[in-house]
Design a protein around this ligand. Structure first.
Ligand code: OVV
Length: 396
């Protein structure tokens, strides 16, 4: 029998404004408190060390997604929305939808988009340079994904902006029913109906990711009833995440001009600069798992049916795993960061996300000599996503 430890506990609230405003010192406290920490505010477990988070991500049999990856336990409460066929399932059920998305979002199926991505990014940078100042959140981090992503899916032009409040709702729904959640779901009905409609075959262009997913149903890889749900998954996961990621990258490059200078000297570092921003800011900060049996984490006993919160952002700045973790360094070896997760649920859209990041940062590196923050930076608080509401910058 392995030795067990007294469970450390903490009264930190990881879904509070104080936490979101400056998560890093709370992350350090949680990492140092023990391998798993009881959070008394919610009666859940929290795991913040890299080694422990990584191990959980790779043990889906004990740390299940099927009871929800938010604080809600689907075994006890009615899910906030119809559960996702890919996010909120375990193998083998998970693998059918996942295999379809693996193919639809594969590097091979993405190759044709590269030139379009670069052209759109260059054109956007040229427009913004002419204007001089802009808000990097609305004018770049939102504008760019809201063009290239719905185009790639095959969505009509109308109401694409609904994707933002939709993502905001779903990512807030993984946390408690606090004011961030209730504010986000105020207009849920309209937006949910719109997403449901946009997921149907006849609402989608004859080519694109949407059509590809419905074609997988023709081949029997998923059912025709399941296809709109798989489209819904990419509409949910594909926009707010990359908006946060692009915003993080521009915020990093604006705050650390030495890193922007390195990127300008060698624009082929664009991909690495984006990747490092995903580690450094970790757009998707947290997900939960639910234990399927009595287990332990680093010697701390955890009972069956417990919600365990994984702090991906804390893992990505764990000094036991990354040297000088609080430095944004575009030439560091950051392989193994968990900003895209790891294991069976590792981000299926990461090829697309990295292409967006690479195209946008390449365009900035080639077209802009300097970026200055020229107004108040405002955070956007969300129970899962870390991002900005406003980042005024001047482009030279
Ligand atoms: C990774 C992710 C985030 C949010 C929603 C989904 C997936 C989904 O499958 O609906």
């Amino acid at each position: 029998m392995s030795a067990t430890l007294d469970a450390p506990s903490s009264d930190i609230d990881p879904f509070s404004e104080a936490f979101f405003a400056d998560p890093h010192r709370f992350h350090a406290t949680l990492r140092d408190a023990g391998p798993a920490v009881r959070l008394s505010v919610y009666n859940i477990w929290a795991v913040a060390g890299y080694a422990e988070v990584h191990a959980m991500l790779h043990d889906w049999e004990i740390f299940s997604s099927a009871r929800g990856v938010g604080i809600q336990d689907f075994a006890r409460e009615k899910p906030f929305r119809l559960p996702s066929l890919v996010l909120e399932t375990d193998p083998p059920k998970h693998d059918r939808a996942r295999n379809v998305l693996n193919k639809v979002l594969s590097p091979g199926n993405m190759r044709g988009l590269k030139a379009r991505f670069a052209a759109e990014a260059d054109a956007l940078v040229a427009r913004l340079l002419a204007a001089g100042t802009c808000d990097a959140v609305t004018d770049i981090a939102e504008e760019y994904p809201l063009t290239v992503f719905p185009d790639a899916v095959g969505m009509p032009k109308e109401n694409r902006r609904f994707l933002l409040p939709y993502g905001n709702m779903v990512f807030n729904s993984f946390g408690p029913q606090n004011s961030f959640f209730t504010d986000a779901v105020r207009d849920a009905g309209v937006v949910f109906d719109w997403v449901q409609r946009q997921s149907q075959r006849d609402a989608l262009a004859p080519t694109g990711f949407g059509a590809d997913i419905h074609a997988a149903a023709d081949r029997g890889e998923i059912t025709h009833e399941e296809a709109p749900m798989v489209v819904r998954s990419i509409l949910t996961a594909g926009v707010d995440t990359t908006v946060s990621g692009l915003g993080a990258a521009i915020y990093c490059l604006a705050r650390y001009p030495d890193q922007f200078a390195k990127l300008r000297a060698d624009p082929t570092l664009a991909r690495a600069a984006f990747e490092e921003a995903v580690r450094y800011e970790t757009p998707v900060q947290t997900f939960f798992r639910t234990t399927t049996r009595d287990t332990e984490i680093g010697g701390v006993p955890i009972a069956e049916g417990e919600k365990v919160l994984m702090f991906l952002g804390a893992a990505n700045r764990d000094p036991r795993r990354f040297d000088n973790p609080d430095a944004y360094d575009i030439t560091r070896k950051n392989a193994g960061h968990v900003g895209f997760g790891s294991g069976v649920h590792e981000c299926v859209g990461q090829v697309f996300a990295r292409m967006e990041g690479e195209a946008m940062l390449t365009a900035l590196a080639r077209g802009v000599t300097a970026m200055e923050i020229c107004g108040p930076v405002k955070r956007r608080y969300n129970n899962t996503l870390r991002g900005l509401a406003s980042l005024p910058i001047r482009l030279h």
